[in-house]
Every structure is written in C-alpha cells, then in structure tokens.
Design a protein. Structure first.
Length: 200
C-alpha cells in the first residue's frame, strides 16, 4: 500500500481547510450521502478542519472545538483528505483566521443543529424559496456551538478579506455544510488529494 503524503508549505499551510471523508465509516458515509442528495461537488466531504501549522489543526468534533493532530488524518488509510487554499490568502489574513479560531477552542459541538437542524433545513428546502431564512441560525442550533464546516466558515468570516463575501452575506454560518463551503467559499483549485492504492 502506497501513501501519497502532503508537503507542508506546498500542499497545506496555516489557514488552509482540510476536507475529509472517512472510507467505511457509517457516520461519515451518511453525512456525505445526505449532502449529495441536495448539493453536488467534486469531493463530498463529511468533515472539515482548519490548518494551524505543520502538525496541528483546529476542528469541531465530538468533544467540541479543539486542537487535533493532522497525522490522524494524513496517516490513516481509511481517510481521504483534500487540502484547499483560500484565494489571495496572505500573512495578515492567516493571523486573523488563527487568532479567532483559537478563541473558539473549548466551545461545544452543535449536536442538535447537526441531527435536527441540517436535516430539517435540507429536507424542507425552505431556504431555496425564502431567502431571509438563510440569515437565521439552523433550527435547533445551540448558540455558540458549531459543527465542523460552520466552525471553519466562522473562522474565515472573522477576517477583513473574507468577512463580506457573498457566502457570508447570504448564509448564517450554522447553515454552511461541508459541500456549501467547498462550492461557495473562494478557494483555489485543490492542491492535494490523499489516496491509497495497492502497488505491486
């Protein structure tokens, strides 16, 4: 089995988003499948995190918003990872992203927003026809809590460069799914696709 490894500073760097899909994981497959019913993308991720440095990221996961080891994703044969670089990312913006993201560490994961809110929002489709709803928190959202894509979106929103992009003018961050973040945030074409393949 051959591992395609990312190179720090080339494939990923501080301020990048990592989009992740877990092969053979029921929860990951369910989230990806459910999103794919309503939105399409080149890569249907079930998890997103923010890169802090070569070794660490910040993610919203089951224990809340926390630091994580990137090796947990890069070195796992059951995970596929795509690194996305925000367009026109500069040092000042990276500093703003990381400064805000670090203030969010310790905040809770938005379980009710994920289980009930996203499902209700996508199934009803009201936001397609009633645009003002897009600016309201997802139903059953816990104030201050975030799911993974909402956390990364919120980090980007708290910058001068990205704070007023159309995605954030139109949608409350709690409504931003991994697919919506992938499709509507101004990322450059992805740098790195982690894959494993059997070799002779």
């Amino acid at each position: 089995m051959k591992q395609v490894q990312p190179i720090y500073g080339q494939d990923y760097a501080p301020g990048y988003a990592l989009f992740i899909k877990r092969d053979g994981n029921f929860m990951s497959a369910g989230i990806a499948w459910f999103q794919s019913l309503f939105e399409s993308a080149e890569f249907i991720a079930s998890h997103v995190l923010l890169v802090v440095d070569e070794k660490f990221g910040i993610e919203a996961a089951e224990h809340g918003i926390q630091l994580c080891y990137l090796s947990e994703y890069f070195d796992d044969p059951g995970k596929q990872v795509v690194c996305r670089e925000p367009a026109d990312l500069d040092d000042k913006t990276v500093s703003e992203i990381l400064a805000y993201a670090k203030t969010q560490i310790g905040k809770p994961y938005d379980y009710t927003g994920l289980v009930f809110g996203f499902a209700l929002m996508l199934i009803t489709g009201f936001t397609k026809w009633i645009k003002p709803l897009r600016k309201l928190p997802v139903p059953f959202h816990i104030p201050g809590a975030r799911v993974c894509s909402a956390a990364v979106a919120d980090d980007y929103k708290h910058t001068k460069k990205y704070g007023e992009i159309q995605l954030f003018r139109e949608w409350h961050v709690s409504r931003i799914t991994p697919v919506k973040l992938w499709n509507e945030f101004p990322f450059k074409p992805f740098h790195f696709y982690q894959e494993r393949a059997w070799t002779e």
